[in-house]
Design a protein around this ligand. Structure first.
Ligand code: C2E
Ligand code: SIN
Ligand code: SIN
Ligand code: FE
Length: 488
């Protein structure tokens, strides 16, 4: 067993400085001699190296690799480097090994203990994975997903990153002081779906009340605590963690983590549990805020529409003859706009604009508006102000800024002879060109204080005649199709 003496005498101290383990073996891996840099560390394990092969100490995977390198070194005479793990007294140690051939039948394996480096590397890998998980969650929060989808993504990340079997989120109803199930992943049964726990009740209820993480390291010894479902034991959970979800100082719920075998979480794992709980709380908070905002936007928009309808009814009430005109032109205009390819999202503005198109007439005196005959020049001057009055009236209202085209320009003409701005051709916004056709057709076929209704044929003929004069010639055929198809 003094094969190494020769080498040691030649290399002396430096060898000790560069290796932790040194083996001499034959071509099959049988150990002929060995040395340990720090004998106290390894000697117990290698006490009986006699009669053994180095493969006896290696996992089968690492043994295969060693065999491969041995045969390479034999055939090609090449030195090889590789890493391998060793189990020693229940601890996994990692070595960086170098294998060289010293003679036909002898090989020297020197190995350096890199366990510390490996652990750091593993820790860095896990930290990177956690950071990536957090970033993807941040991204999901920022994209304003709905809460269920958000929680589902989040729980997938929790399970994957924390290497646990199941996770769930319970949400706290602050009015009822009750936790209910919101989302879960990794369960075999639906035991948690009907969870209803008062704060203070059960593990989760205590988490919410105390605002602290609760850990049950062995659930099998705490059976009585799980009253949530008689099916609970069938999940065979061993470990429970409950973490409070707190945002802006309010408890929003509980993140629950379940594992079917024992867990040995390190400091990083616990840190991550804290961070992910904070993140989950933020996700819930922002999703709820988003929902609130949508709700209040919806309510606001209902209020707007009610206001608009109320205004236009005031006008209709005053001018009984145009009662129904507003509603009709609005309906037909929306249909025409859809056919003409106006985007759905713009239809709301078209609807509001059409409803309010003649709102400026509230400023026209009765004597003019209800005059049973033709208007004189002064009266016309006043009447032609009604689009301007509409702009004055509506422009301070922010939510109508995209609804102004029709009230403002519905009396402009394609040939530039209309009012109030004498716009021509495509200077006139599309919605106003489209609306003009509907407005005139409906006016002509209705009774007015100043004349009786025209027949439909006369109105159609008038529209055709005004194509390229009053009206956009490309829109006229489309409009007349719509009229005949719907019997307007
Ligand atoms: P309105 O009655 O709603 O008419 C809207 C548009 O339809 C008119 O815009 C005009 O382009 C067309 N229109 C309506 N009736 C006739 C008609 O008998 N013949 C022809 N060729 N076109 C017609 P316009 O002309 O700018 O008038 C705007 C508003 O002025 C009218 O809205 C109505 O309220 C009032 N108005 C127009 N003409 C008279 C009138 O002779 N007497 C009275 N009292 N008011 C009038
Ligand atoms: C490896 O290098 O694949 C092992 C890393 C580790 O388990 O720490
Ligand atoms: C828990 O809070 O996680 C368990 C409580 C119960 O099931 O009763
Ligand atoms: Fe008008």
């Amino acid at each position: 067993m003094d094969l190494l003496l020769d080498i040691e005498q030649r290399l002396g101290e430096p060898l000790q400085a560069f290796t932790d383990l040194l083996f001499v073996m034959d071509k099959h891996g049988a150990i002929l001699d060995c040395r340990f840099g720090d004998p106290s560390m390894y000697s117990d394990s290698f006490e009986k190296t006699r009669e053994k092969t180095i493969q006896d100490f290696l996992s089968s995977e690492a043994g295969d690799r060693l065999n491969f390198h041995l045969s390479q070194a034999r055939q090609v005479g090449k030195a090889a480097s590789f890493e391998f793990p060793l189990m020693m007294e229940g601890r996994e140690l990692w070595f960086d090994a170098r294998l060289v051939r010293s003679s036909d039948s002898r090989f020297i394996l020197s190995a350096r203990d890199i366990t510390k480096y490996k652990r750091t590397e593993g820790r860095l890998k896990r930290q990177l994975q956690r950071i990536n998980a957090l970033r993807s969650i941040d991204f999901a929060i920022a994209s304003g997903l709905d809460l269920n989808l958000l929680l589902s993504i989040l729980l997938d990340r929790v399970i994957e990153t924390m290497h646990v079997d199941a996770a769930a989120v319970l949400l706290l109803d602050p009015k009822l002081n009750e936790l209910t199930f919101a989302s879960g992943k990794g369960f075999h049964t639906n035991i948690l779906q009907h969870t209803r726990l008062k704060t203070g009740q059960g593990y989760a209820g205590r988490v919410a009340l105390d605002r602290r993480i609760i850990n049950i390291a062995d659930l099998t010894k705490n059976k009585t605590e799980f009253e949530r479902s008689p099916l609970f034991p069938s999940e065979k959970f061993v470990v429970y963690y409950g973490a409070p979800l707190i945002a802006k100082g309010r408890v929003l719920g509980v993140l629950e983590i379940f594992h079917r075998s024992h867990l040995h979480p390190d400091e990083d794992w616990m840190d991550f549990l804290n961070i992910i709980s904070g993140q989950t709380a933020i996700a819930i908070d922002s999703a709820m805020m988003f929902k609130e905002l949508q709700k209040s936007n919806f309510e606001l928009s209902m209020a707007y529409n009610a206001t608009i309808d109320a205004w236009s009814r005031t006008l209709d009430l005053r001018d009984r003859d145009i009662e129904g005109h507003t509603r009709r032109v609005t309906d037909i205009t929306l249909r025409f706009a859809t056919l003409a390819g106006i985007k759905d999202s713009d239809l709301i503005h078209i609807r509001r604009g059409a409803t309010l198109h003649d709102i400026g007439k509230v400023a026209i005196p009765d004597e003019i508006l209800f005059k049973p005959g033709p208007l004189d020049q002064d009266e016309w001057e006043t009447m032609r102000q009604h689009p301007k009055y509409a702009v004055d009236l509506l422009s301070p209202i922010k939510y109508l800024e995209h609804a102004m085209e029709i009230p403002h320009w519905h009396h402009e003409k394609w040939d530039g002879t209309g009012y109030p701005d004498r716009l021509g051709g495509e200077e006139i916004p599309f919605s106003a060109r489209l609306f003009a056709l509907v407005d005139v057709y409906d006016a002509l076929t209705s009774d007015r204080p100043y004349r009786r209704a025209w027949s439909k044929q006369d109105a159609v003929q008038y529209i055709e005649n005004q194509s390229g004069k009053h009206f956009d010639p490309r829109l006229v055929p489309e409009f007349l199709n719509l009229v005949s198809a719907n019997g307007y």
